[in-house]
Design a binder for this molecule. Structure first.
Ligand code: Z5A
Length: 226
């Protein structure tokens, strides 16, 4: 019997909304429930992807918006080919810290690149892989900044202008709209979760979203205590 394909679940949102924290929490819960899974992050997650991540985020020579977009998608291409697709084929749940919606928010809305061209380039990079679900963590810009500023120095993209971050934040807001999702099938379904609560509260909301969408995969087995 062929194994059922796994699920690609993406956590998205602007910097500081709590994606990495929630991805770890979710991974712990899936471990406790015996659900095979793996976590990946973008950019990075592979040997070449980690080198690209360094180029993209660390201070260094500047590059054009097109080069930036292609580097993000090169990192994604490698991750999809060598890690995500094999894991999905093994029937695992893949938890991704960012995916194409980040390119949409930062490179299309933020940098002003062509939606048609970047979407086509992304399709080439991913071979047409679409997330099964994106959980969009929503938090006010001020609250998210307060969380990231406690961390110290900003990276190359975090240091961009306020206008840029405004356009990015507006784009993330649009992703939650059903009309936007219907006209952007390459992004897959998106469900918004309020990220303003405590880590435990947000983790419970994320888990509930997944349990309601796929009870057979995410609900604890009868007799389990997790
Ligand atoms: N980028 C792009 O431009 N195009 C693309 O296609 C892709 C990415 C894929 C990646 O940066 C950068 O690349 C990113 C977008 C761009 N840049 N920007 N700007 P990254 O991987 O280094 O970082 P990030 O993705 O922006 O993640 P982040 O800043 O670390 O944010 P986060 O993962 O959403 O948050 P966190 O690390 O889980 O939490 C941040 C802090 O808040 C931390 O101290 C936590 O302990 C705290 N926290 C988390 N949750 C809570 C709650 N609920 N209450 C209180 N405090 C909390």
């Amino acid at each position: 019997m062929t194994k059922a394909r796994g699920k690609l679940i993406v956590l998205e949102g602007a910097e500081g909304v709590g994606k990495t924290t929630q991805l770890r929490r979710l991974a712990d819960t899936l471990t406790a429930r015996g659900v095979p899974h793996r976590g990946v992050r973008e950019p990075g997650g592979t040997a070449i992807g980690n080198q690209i991540r360094h180029l993209l985020l660390e201070p260094g020579p500047g590059f054009s918006a097109r080069t930036e977009a292609l580097l993000f998608m090169a990192s994604r291409a490698e991750l999809v080919e060598t890690d995500i697709r094999p894991a999905l084929a093994r029937g695992e749940v893949v938890l991704a810290d960012r995916f194409f919606l980040s390119t949409y928010a930062y490179q299309i809305a933020g940098r002003g690149l062509s939606e048609t061209e970047v979407t086509a380039a992304n399709r080439f990079a991913t071979g047409g892989l679409v997330p099964d679900l994106t959980i969009l963590l929503r938090l006010s810009v001020a609250a998210a900044l307060a969380r990231t500023d406690s961390r110290g120095a900003r990276d190359r993209i975090e240091s961009a202008s306020d206008d840029f971050h405004h356009r990015v934040a507006e784009a993330f807001d649009r992703f939650a709209e059903p009309t936007w999702q219907r006209s952007h099938p390459e992004s897959g379904p998106v469900m918004a979760v309020d990220a303003a609560g405590s880590v435990d509260e947000v983790a419970a909301a994320v888990l509930t979203t997944l349990e309601q969408t796929w009870p057979e995969t995410f609900r604890p087995a009868v007799g389990s205590h997790s």
